[in-house]
Design a protein around this ligand. Structure first.
Ligand SMILES: NC(=O)c1ccc[n+]([C@@H]2O[C@H](COP(=O)([O-])OP(=O)(O)OC[C@H]3O[C@@H](n4cnc5c(N)ncnc54)[C@H](OP(=O)(O)O)[C@@H]3O)[C@@H](O)[C@H]2O)c1
Length: 303
């Protein structure tokens, strides 16, 4: 099921290389079944994110035989081999001949060296999928030294539980069918927002840093309960359920947050007293500023 625009019909190729317009598409479809005639998927770097992707792919019917993985750290490679019963190579070049899709899940600072190592082994049909924060499509192309199909995905920590949000953009060498394939195997990790690369820092600020902003608010709610005498565990349960219930209302009733908020605010009541205080302290303005600051920092940290 897709919300907003039908991403399958969206033509990325109308844009010249690396000039990607602003557009947003949210993909919600969940992968449930895959055929046998699959192109192989490779993952380079089996750290936190690489493991989360591997785990999700295996859980969602991608056979081990369709996966090729590389990890530099011996203990980490041993752990992944044992946990997932999958063969790991130390040599990332080995993946390039075998996998059509290669997920780059190494640290940004390791990217240049890796690109140099794998460049000569890449063929025209290889699709690189980079999840490296701050590494742009043109950074990768420059490091490889030749045109190559690149999809850039910016995930957040919640991919670990299949509820992540991922900003996705690509260059114009990527075919629509390849993009479809990547959408299919990445959607079990969460929702995908297809977006122009110039908005990737904003996605990083909202999706990547967003959980921390939101958690600060949640922490404050729990502390407020404790301050008023509610035991911490009960205050936590109460706050969690408020969030869970609110989100469910928004989703199931299809409500805009402003409408739902107005449903809770009665004239002269309790909620408006609290809201008025938050407005006085420019709560909304400060949240907007915080997200903008995070986006600015993401840009500064870009390679
Ligand atoms: N964690 C997040 O929430 C998050 C969110 C969005 C995006 N990302 C991006 O995801 C990427 C991975 O992050 P992470 O937290 O998973 O990092 P991580 O835990 O450090 O995992 C990276 C792994 O790749 C290994 N590695 C490095 N160079 C390699 C090579 N040439 N071949 C094979 N393996 C290699 C590293 O080994 P060594 O330690 O020995 O180098 C490490 O075990 C980063 O680029 C990050 O920007 C992360």
């Amino acid at each position: 099921m897709q919300r907003c625009v039908d991403s399958a019909k969206f033509n990325f190729k109308i844009f010249p290389p690396f000039v990607i317009k602003q557009y947003i598409i949210i993909t919600e479809s969940k992968l449930t079944h895959r055929g046998n005639n699959l192109d192989k998927i490779g993952i380079i770097g089996l750290g936190n994110m690489g493991e989360a992707i591997l785990k999700s792919l295996l859980k969602n019917n991608i056979q081990k035989e369709h996966m090729v993985c590389s990890e530099a750290k011996t203990e980490r490679a041993d752990f992944i081999e044992k946990t997932y019963n999958i063969k790991i190579t130390k040599n990332p070049e080995k993946l390039t001949g075998q996998a059509k899709y290669i997920v780059l899940a190494i640290k940004p600072q390791d990217s240049k060296e890796l690109m140099k190592d794998i460049a000569k082994h890449l063929n025209d049909s290889t699709v690189l999928i980079s999840i490296m924060a701050g590494v742009t499509i043109s950074n990768i192309t420059a490091a490889i030294g030749k045109p190559v199909k690149i999809i850039r995905i910016m995930p957040n920590i919640c991919v670990k539980v299949g509820e992540g949000i991922m900003g996705l953009t690509c260059n114009n060498l990527v075919e629509n069918n390849e993009l479809d394939e990547v959408r299919r195997f990445m959607t079990p990790l969460g929702k995908i927002i297809e977006i122009g690369e110039e908005l990737m820092n904003a996605v990083t600020a909202m999706g990547g840093s967003g959980p921390a902003f939101f958690l600060l608010f949640l922490e404050a709610m729990i502390d407020a309960g404790v301050k008023m005498g509610i035991p911490r565990d009960k205050s936590k349960m109460l706050s969690f359920q408020v969030v869970r219930g609110t989100l469910k209302m928004l989703e199931e009733e299809g409500l805009h947050p402003t409408i739902l908020k107005e449903m809770v605010v009665s004239p002269g009541g309790t909620t408006i007293s609290g809201l008025a205080h938050l407005e006085e302290k420019a709560f909304k303005g400060n949240i907007i500023k915080a997200v903008e600051k995070a986006a600015k920092r993401a840009k500064e940290l870009s390679l």
